[in-house]
Ligand binder design. Structure first.
Ligand SMILES: Cc1cc2nc3c(=O)[nH]c(=O)nc-3n(C[C@H](O)[C@H](O)[C@H](O)COP(=O)(O)OP(=O)(O)OC[C@H]3O[C@@H](n4cnc5c(N)ncnc54)[C@H](O)[C@@H]3O)c2cc1C
Length: 425
């Protein structure tokens, strides 16, 4: 006999079956009433999965952790640009969540959160509601398609991928490059900062140029940047474009794409109409929708202001926000999301045990960019809490690589292995 989850819940409530539904990622008991202190986490990406693991580990498993995610697997955005260059596939970047359950006893609940009630302290999915003592949301970003005439989520899925969440769109963009004739134009558009992964679009330009140089050398990479200048690692990217891909990469600042003609393969900026064979339009971004559901979006109608000692929202008690959704003068990166997740996890344990969070947290970011198949550059900073301004400020030191190198390319691969282990193993 096969049961669906609803049947299982009914039978389970009637005492007819017990245990975990075979093959299903959801433990049914989380939909009932809570038995002890519980943290619910929405989003099992870089921030959410790291917070889940560290709350269990550092609390000695005394706090129940329910980790919710809509996707069946974890796919890393970091290094996903190398899928376009050809040195990785999406399956190289795909992981499962098994260890979080088996090693740390985290309750994994698969499904889309559709509502949050901060008064009743519940989150709602199709199967029912889950109650929490504290909620962490790490939903990443959503795309503001309404800012670009002619573009919407369907068009992005079907023909004009942003590929800014690694997965099917990344693979599609690679296929579009493979189908493009030699002599064609690949155009990438970059939204105004802040957006997820400041150096990411420039790394992508390098990876696409790497593929084209080796396969379609008469082609061109056109970067349409809404910003007045290159946002990150400027000298290093310019050196890579000029020295590794001479004559192939054209950079245009202040070139915000405002309209897309999908059928006519044209991008409209304030000044030009640009024809492109492959269009990679990265729309402006805001905190993932669950942040609005929870009522924690309070900056520019896009981002969430938090107390940097605990990552508790400035506007909703017992709801914490980490990762890209946070409003801060910090890069929106996976590394920083994991760093914030650990500060948040430690603070929640202190708060739930009646103590005060650490008053001097530090977080760190390292971001490697692959400029070819084997050479990389990096930026790294430590940020410390400034009690007077109540923000995270860069500490002395840090900065960018002196120059690109193969050694950095090797270190970038180790960085990926280590961070995925930190998040998921
Ligand atoms: C091309 C590219 C390259 C990058 N390279 C790097 C790099 O080299 N180094 C680096 O540090 N960072 C890099 N980043 C940035 C990094 O991917 C993000 O900063 C990081 O993923 C942010 O973590 P997060 O937890 O905020 O969001 P995510 O990791 O996106 O996790 C959010 C999760 O929440 C889930 N979710 C959202 N809403 C719901 C809902 N309603 N119900 C259920 N689940 C939900 C989503 O499915 C997702 O799994 C890169 C990004 C891109 C696009």
């Amino acid at each position: 006999m096969s049961l669906n989850r609803r049947d299982f819940l009914k039978l389970s409530a009637a005492g007819i079956v017990v245990g975990v539904f075979p093959g299903c990622a959801t433990s049914a008991n989380v939909f009932g009433s809570k038995k002890g202190p519980r943290v619910v986490i929405v989003g099992a990406g870089f921030g959410g999965a790291t917070a889940a693991k560290h709350i269990r580990m550092w609390s000695g498993n005394t706090i129940e952790v329910v980790l919710n995610e809509r996707n069946p697997q974890f796919i890393s955005c970091p290094m996903s640009n190398t899928v376009l260059g050809g040195s990785r596939t999406i399956s190289d970047l795909t992981r499962n969540y098994d260890t979080l359950r088996s090693k740390y006893g985290i309750e994994l609940v698969r499904g889309e959160v559709t509502a949050v009630d901060p008064q009743k302290q519940t989150v709602t999915l199709a199967d029912g509601s889950i109650s929490y003592d504290r909620l962490i949301i790490s939903p990443g970003v959503d795309f503001m398609f309404d800012k670009i005439e002619g573009l919407n989520a369907n068009a992005a899925d079907e023909s004009v991928p942003h590929a800014w969440k690694a997965g099917a769109q990344t693979t599609m963009l690679r296929k579009q490059l493979e189908s493009m004739a030699d002599g064609g134009t690949f155009a990438i558009s970059i939204p105004k900062a802040p957006y997820r992964c400041p150096p990411g679009p420039y790394e992508r330009a390098c990876q696409v140029a790497f593929y084209l140089k080796n396969n379609k050398p008469k082609s061109k990479v056109l970067i349409l940047d809404a910003n007045p200048d290159i946002v990150s690692k400027k000298g290093l990217f310019m050196a890579a474009w000029n020295e590794l891909y001479p004559g192939m990469v054209e950079y245009r600042p202040n070139a915000e794409v405002r309209q897309v003609n999908v059928a006519g393969k044209t991008l409209k900026t304030e000044f030009d109409d640009v024809k492109a064979d492959v269009m990679n339009v990265i729309p402006p971004m805001k905190a993932g929708a669950v942040a609005s559901m929870a009522g924690v979006v309070n900056v520019d109608n896009r981002w969430c202001a938090v107390d940097f000692l605990s990552y508790e929202s400035k506007v909703q008690k017992n709801i914490h926000v980490i990762g890209d959704a946070v409003s801060a003068a910090l890069p929106k990166s996976g590394h920083l999301a994991t760093s914030q997740a650990k500060v948040c996890a430690a603070a929640i344990i202190e708060l739930m045990q009646g103590r005060h969070p650490d008053t001097g947290p530090a977080i760190a970011n390292t971001c490697y960019s692959m400029v070819s198949n084997n050479e990389a550059v990096h930026v790294a900073h430590v940020y410390r809490y400034n009690a007077e301004k109540m923000v995270m400020l860069p500490a002395e030191g840090g900065g960018v690589s002196a120059k690109r190198s193969e050694v950095e390319g090797t270190l970038a691969n180790y960085w990926l292995k280590n961070i995925l282990g930190d998040v998921l193993l």
